[in-house]
Design a protein around this ligand. Structure first.
Ligand SMILES: [Mn+2]
Length: 489
């Protein structure tokens, strides 16, 4: 059974892929003729694969002639901020004036808020969004009435009617594999199609990689193509904050997992008020390495403090799980208060540790409830929430991570509605642990490292020997087999 450690059967950009790794790919992609190409596709033809890039191109040309500026409205998470970075670098580099707007999660509602755009967005300007805005009907109408031009770039689930923007670059309009893309890479793909000289710029690729991994999108298809381009980057050329981020990337050139990166980078930056997300854009733009090192050290310290708070609310959440939801295979938790920005992290942690989808609800000023939800396995969290219709004043996100807010409904009422929806939703929320190969003898775990990175629906390989399941356990400088029923995400 065992094949030699150096038995490459196929080349990929970086070198070899072993015989056993090939077998894993065949198992993972049974319906395709070329599982290798399915796993690591060649460069996508972005301009033909994604809608409305031509519209953005025309808008940019016309804007240059008119002489207006670009208001780049993002999302205040890693995907959104890395997206704003990408937009600013390319568009300022192309001679445009770009003013970023980042929502404030604590006070701002979802959507494009006229109050944030007032006095900033002027008639004749181009309102461009990243990772944001595909449901912002009200905000887009406001900007239209003002006399601005509007192009939305986003990857979130679409809700109809769509906002009346001039263009909408959202892979959800196309279907998989485009739908796997993160918000930052949608803008990247659009802009490098228009300005090809920016393609594979190392600074942009680290932003794409960071946004992709942090947003927990599947590390499949086009995402894997982009991550492979990122792997080839020579980080010695990076400066300041980007150099610090690249150095913090665990095992970048060899074998890493999404959770390793989220632990080493995303969670150090953190979320919400007072965290590093508030100055991530400045940090990425800063070319002073020494200063950035210092900032990073400080961030690490405060992330340890956040980790401590998180572990406290985590044990509270575990105790408060709803019994009835547990019986349906889901975690449903109501907490009186959750520190800003921690709801999503808490939901992720609960999901990961209990191997179940999780919905965490807490009150937000007045009679509003807000929720953070993470899925596990095949459960499509955004679809689940959106299919509940009018219950929420806003709901959205994607398969693995979604959120909502509701108004004028009590927790008791919302709980009943969620529970009844769980019973009728046609997916078992608790997935079966995957098995890629059945073996007589445990193979050398290193044979599978060529398949890295792992995470986001491309889980580490698992093999079965006799009655035991062994999962590939990838560390920064080690790899081994673990006997476990875990998914490895
Ligand atoms: Mn996103």
């Amino acid at each position: 059974m065992r094949s030699g450690k150096f038995a490459p059967v196929k080349k990929r950009g970086r070198g070899r892929i072993t015989h056993l790794a090939c077998k894993v790919l065949e198992k993972r992609f049974p319906d395709v003729t070329d599982s290798f190409e399915e796993w690591l596709p060649s460069r996508p033809d972005w301009i033909h694969e994604l809608p409305d890039i031509d519209i953005l191109q025309r808008e940019l040309i016309e804007l240059k002639e008119r002489g207006g500026k670009i208001v780049l409205y993002g999302h205040d998470d890693m995907d959104g901020i890395t997206g704003i970075y990408i937009g600013m670098r390319i568009l300022e580099g192309e001679g445009y004036t770009v003013v970023p707007i980042m929502p404030r999660r604590l006070t701002d509602d979802y959507g494009l808020l006229p109050s944030r755009m007032e006095g900033v967005l002027l008639p004749g300007d181009l309102l461009l969004t990243v990772d944001y805005g595909c449901s912002a009907v009200h905000g887009v109408k406001w900007a239209l009435d003002l006399g601005a031009r509007i192009v939305i770039t986003d990857h979130h689930t679409l809700h109809y009617p769509l906002p009346p923007a001039h263009g909408m670059i959202n892979p959800q309009r196309v279907g998989p594999p485009a739908t796997y893309m993160a918000g930052c890479s949608v803008l990247y793909a659009a802009l490098i199609s228009i300005y090809p000289e920016w393609e594979n710029n190392p600074e942009l690729l680290i932003a794409v990689a960071l946004g992709t991994v942090s947003d927990r999108v599947p590390l499949l298809g086009w995402n894997r193509y982009l991550l492979e381009e990122f792997r080839k980057v020579n980080i010695d050329k990076l400066e300041g904050g980007l150099a610090v981020l690249a150095e913090a990337w665990p095992a970048r050139e060899t074998a890493w997992t999404g959770s390793m990166v989220r632990h080493a980078i995303s969670s150090v930056i953190g979320k919400g008020e007072g965290s590093g997300i508030e100055f991530l854009l400045d940090f990425m733009m800063d070319d002073n390495y020494k200063r950035c090192r210092k900032i990073w050290k400080r961030l690490k310290k405060s992330s340890r403090r956040r980790a401590h708070i998180l572990s406290e609310i985590f044990s509270e959440a575990i105790k408060n799980r709803d019994d009835q939801a547990s019986a349906y295979g889901m975690n449903l938790v109501y907490l009186d208060s959750i520190p800003d920005g921690m709801g999503g992290t808490l939901a992720s942690k609960l999901s990961r540790i209990t191997h179940r989808g999780t919905i965490i609800v807490s009150p937000r000023d007045g009679d509003r409830l807000s929720g953070e939800a993470r899925s596990y396995g095949d459960w499509d969290m955004a679809d689940f929430l959106v299919s509940m219709g009018d219950v929420f004043t806003s709901a959205g996100g994607h398969r693995m991570a979604a959120g909502f807010s509701s108004e004028g409904i009590t927790w008791g009422e919302l709980r009943e509605l969620l529970l009844s929806k769980m019973t009728s939703y046609p997916v078992d929320p608790v997935p079966m642990p995957h098995i890629d190969l059945v073996v007589d003898e445990l193979p050398d775990p290193e044979e599978f490292l060529c398949l890295a990175p792992f995470g986001g629906e491309f889980l580490p390989p698992a093999v079965k020997k006799d009655t035991m399941r062994y999962l590939l356990n990838v560390g920064e400088s080690s790899v081994s087999w673990f006997i476990t029923e875990e998914s490895g995400d």
